[in-house]
Write a protein that binds this ligand. Sequence first.
Ligand code: C2E
Ligand code: CA
Ligand code: CA
Length: 738
Amino acid sequence: MLYCTGTYLVKPPQRQGTWAVRQGCDLVASELLVNAPDLVVCLDPDLLIEAIGGDAEAFLGLASQELLGRSAIELIHNEDQERVMANMKRFEDGQETYRPELRLLHSDGYSVVVEVVGRRLNRPDGTHFLLVARRQLGLGVRQVADDIGIGILRCDPDGEIHESNAAASVQHGYEGEELSGRIQDLRVQVQGHPEDSVDANLHPALRYLEDAGVSSQVATIVGRDGVSRVISFDGRRVKYREDGTPGIIMLLREVTELHQMQEELYRRSTRDDLTGLLKRSTFIQAAESLLEATVQQSGEQPGGSSLFGVLFCDIDRFKSINERHGHGEADRFLAQISADLAQFGTNTAQLGTNTAQLDTNTEASLSAGGTTSIHLGRIGGDEFALAVQCSNRAEFDRLAAGFRASVQRTALATLHVLVTASVGVAEFDPEVGQTVEELLDEANAVLRLAKGTGRDQILHCDASLRAVRSEQKRLEGVLRAALSAGRIEYALQPVVDPYTGQISGAEALARLRDDNGSLVPAAKWIEVAVSAGLSSAVDAAVVEPVIELLGSLVGRCPRGLPVIGVNLSDTSLARPDLAEWIFSLLERHQVDPGAFLVEVPELVLPVIRERAAEALRQFREKGLWLAVDDFGSGYASFNEVRDLPLNTLKIDRSFLTEQRDSADYIILRTALEMTHALGCRSVAEGVETQAELEIVMDLKVDYVQGYLLARPMPPDDFVRLLLSDRPLAPQRIEHEDG
Ligand code: C2E
Ligand code: CA
Ligand code: CA
């Protein structure tokens, strides 16, 4: 049989050798021994040196004479002694292979790595040993590998480890010979990021045999000492036998720290810094696999009760918390709520686990409520999402209530104020087959509804809401098609001086035609445009033809150009090129800026203050009109209006009244007085009755816009009406505007 030494293969001796010299040669056997470049020793059964030849001086720093009678074991590095003793024992018992590598101690204090080839000599008094020690080739490199902690394993074609250095022993805890046959025992877990499979108990050496060539991977080894170490394995096929049979050399490097660092980076890329909850994209991924698992389970046991739902949780009026308590305080508030949420499940606490299941502690408390698995994400400033698998529909409400209670409790304890929260719930319906993103959308839509109807509540997405949403999706398609085909229309509603009936201008209102040619009410589709991010495209589709129309009217109106207003959404107002864009259009059509009015909804005044104030200032400088739209419907303060360069207030229809002793009347009067005090023009919007008209005229409104005087109309009709110069008189209102 062949056996392996450190660097090459030798045949074990089959029979006694003989001494032979050519005739005439006077070399004697002892001379050969004395001059051998190796160290040759003979040990008695007690392992004491009884004969020695070769270069003892070079190997041990001692003369041969001094070594006679000494224990061979004492000459060996103490870390190697135990192993060598054990080997010698086995060798004595008849084992043929021999672990040949060991370190001899030189008298100068350094160690010399040698490989040893041995033979038993059977004598009447017991087994003696003839050993030849040879300096190990590549000795320096091996030493260095040990010193810098690179483990080396040499495996035979079956993947069995036949040799390992000291550094490798540190990594797995098993010494040399102990290792052979133990490969299956080594608890090796191939570990990486969550996407990688976890393959327990498969030693990489075995895997390397399957693949050709070079292989490397990271695995966790649980050593004999119980310590887990992350080891990077680098395997290479090498010629193991002369017939070309491959073996493997593996280099092992401990990368535990590096791995921890990578884990941390991974954690940061998938988790929110402040709360440690999953970020949006990771949340969706995790929720998607939970949904898949739920669907699969339901398929396996039809009628089984595995439900899946997404909860969209949001803190009411969080912006005001930010403003009143500062960002630091608000952040701590969010962190505390997240910590409470984390109690719902444990995936928040574990690093790098994607299909984080519940640990045993929470499993008990959650299964009481029927939740089997949960993922938590922070998907916006104050927006949290829960993906829940449970067995009981009431569970969604229980978790939503838990979130709301946590918000209230935390706010009272830390901010000393009452803060409420709303939750939208969307449950997976196998008939509909929503994706997680769609469920998140649905949950968000009901959440918006909850916000719009008094906040502080939990709403579920039901069939009727789903129908509304699918209609909105359809309208979004109609709108996109109209925008790209340039088919957005607009109507003009006259703005009238009520004291003379003269038309002073108009408001341009966008119009969308459905596929069947009828007009879609603005109330239905403007919101769709906003949520689809299309509102500035809609604005542009009105602004451009309006300025073109004004251009076509230049020089044709006896009383000068009418003032035509357009509505700008907050996204249009945030356009960096806003002023430039409008100025260039006015210039191109040679329209006096004094004939153009920009309407800004009261609700977006704070946005404007931040982002569009400069554009508005430029507008005013050029002489454009600037109006606050729906004045009174938001909560704009007097200061907010005063600080912006506005010159028109459009009083919201909700303040119109027919009674002079009503609260609305007082507000209306105050609003109009305020308008005049600010030096602005006033427009009463949505005047429908004679009584309303009389009241606003008594309060000295400047202009009136409403069905009573004129409905929104096609631009051509407006131009005809304008050029006729006929004063408008109040009309009967019979049916709704189309
Ligand atoms: P708004 O800016 O307040 O426009 C006035 C709305 O009041 C118009 O509704 C108009 O038809 C309606 N109205 C006029 N007189 C009366 C009346 O006497 N009684 C009643 N009940 N309503 C009256 P419309 O055209 O349906 O537009 C609704 C909203 O859609 C607009 O409210 C505006 O906020 C938005 N919108 C319209 N066009 C555009 C646009 O081009 N861009 C943007 N961003 N928003 C637009
Ligand atoms: Ca308006
Ligand atoms: Ca308005």
